[in-house]
Design a protein around this ligand. Structure first.
Ligand SMILES: Cc1cc2nc3c(=O)[nH]c(=O)nc-3n(C[C@H](O)[C@H](O)[C@H](O)COP(=O)(O)OP(=O)(O)OC[C@H]3O[C@@H](n4cnc5c(N)ncnc54)[C@H](O)[C@@H]3O)c2cc1C
Length: 297
């Protein structure tokens, strides 16, 4: 029996069940019902095709392991997380990388998902090529759903070239002073007093962009982020930044020292969400207790 079939059987058709990754964001979206059986998704890279820029792997594979394998081919995927985080967990959480401006969003990474649904059946959504989706895009719906609609067993991800160099610059210049001056910075962080900018790509291009920023008062710092990010993600609402917070400019994400309330869901949206979840999982057996609407961002 292959690992995917074993995973399908471990989900089964009855009873509350929850899938565990590296537990780096385990409590996001509410606590799991203690009655739920805990299972894990298959691990390991099945096929890496650098020329097609795709990788096929078990959803329980640690992101570190994937990154190491892709690095050998000068490639990466637009998923990130702390040590131990898994591919399935990163997709289920769906937070974008800090480098989203350059590498795109977590939703764009997933080309094909082989997931197990609430009836215990294996479903294939999407396909290994970029342009083959017609109708509803199930992959995009599953990303960020915190495992409430189905459990990823194996996935095919889109890879991208790794940047030749990464350079961080920092200084007291406000982001609006250079936003139109430089081309696609990977990250811009602003804490109300200081800016940190990440440039990446080919060395020659990065150096040209850096010169423009030097002229505007920013200095090259290193190849690592010079700003310490507070631990809690929340939604960036206009107005002046509070002390101790850092805005990820252009992403509507704010990092703060304290956990924030999840944004309110309007009744209309909540009705759609409830109906959708009921259609996918009438008994509410997949990750019971989790609510993706309750994530703070
Ligand atoms: C310090 C820090 C930095 C981070 N930086 C980034 C970043 O730069 N970019 C980024 O994208 N993210 C980032 N993250 C978020 C990160 O992607 C997630 O924390 C992590 O990847 C979740 O993976 P996990 O394996 O630990 O999941 P867990 O914490 O184990 O689970 C999280 C949720 O995913 C569900 N889940 C796990 N596996 C599956 C599966 N196979 N199918 C369906 N649902 C599943 C779980 O049931 C649970 O609801 C960061 C997180 C931290 C703490």
């Amino acid at each position: 029996m292959n690992a995917l079939e074993e995973f399908r059987q471990s989900v089964g058709p009855h009873g509350p069940v929850a899938v565990v990754g590296g537990r780096t964001r385990w409590h996001l979206g509410g606590s799991i019902d203690p009655q739920a059986r805990l299972i894990t998704a298959p691990q390991g890279i099945e096929a890496l095709d650098p020329s097609e820029m795709t990788v096929s792997l078990g959803a329980g594979t640690p992101l570190d392991m994937l990154d190491e394998a892709l690095a050998e081919h000068g490639q990466e995927v637009a998923l990130a997380g702390p040590p131990g985080a898994t591919v399935g967990g990163a997709l289920a959480v769906g937070h974008d990388s800090l480098r989203r401006r350059r590498i795109g969003s977590a939703r764009d990474v997933l080309l094909q998902a082989n997931y197990v649904d609430a009836q215990g059946e294996l479903i294939k959504a999407g396909g290994p090529t970029v342009k083959n989706v017609t109708g509803y895009d199930l992959c995009r719906l599953l990303v960020g759903s915190l495992g409430t609609l189905g459990f990823f067993g194996s996935v095919i991800l889109r890879t991208r070239p790794r940047p030749e160099i990464t350079m961080w610059l920092s200084g007291p210049t406000k982001p609006e002073c250079f936003l139109t001056e430089i081309y696609r910075p990977a990250t811009i962080l602003w804490d109300g007093k200081q800016t940190a900018v990440c440039l990446e790509g080919y060395q020659e291009d990065v150096e040209k962009q850096a010169q423009k920023l030097h002229a505007l008062g920013l200095e090259t710092s290193s190849d690592l982020c010079p700003m310490v990010l507070p631990p809690h993600r929340q939604r960036l609402n206009g107005g002046p930044l509070k002390n101790g917070t850092v805005a990820d400019v252009g992403s509507s994400v704010l990092y703060g020292p304290q956990p924030a309330e999840a944004p309110e869901t309007t009744p209309g949206v909540q009705r759609v969400v409830d109906r959708l979840r009921h259609q996918f999982d009438p008994e509410g057996r997949l990750n019971p207790g989790r609510n993706p609407q309750r994530m703070s961002t």
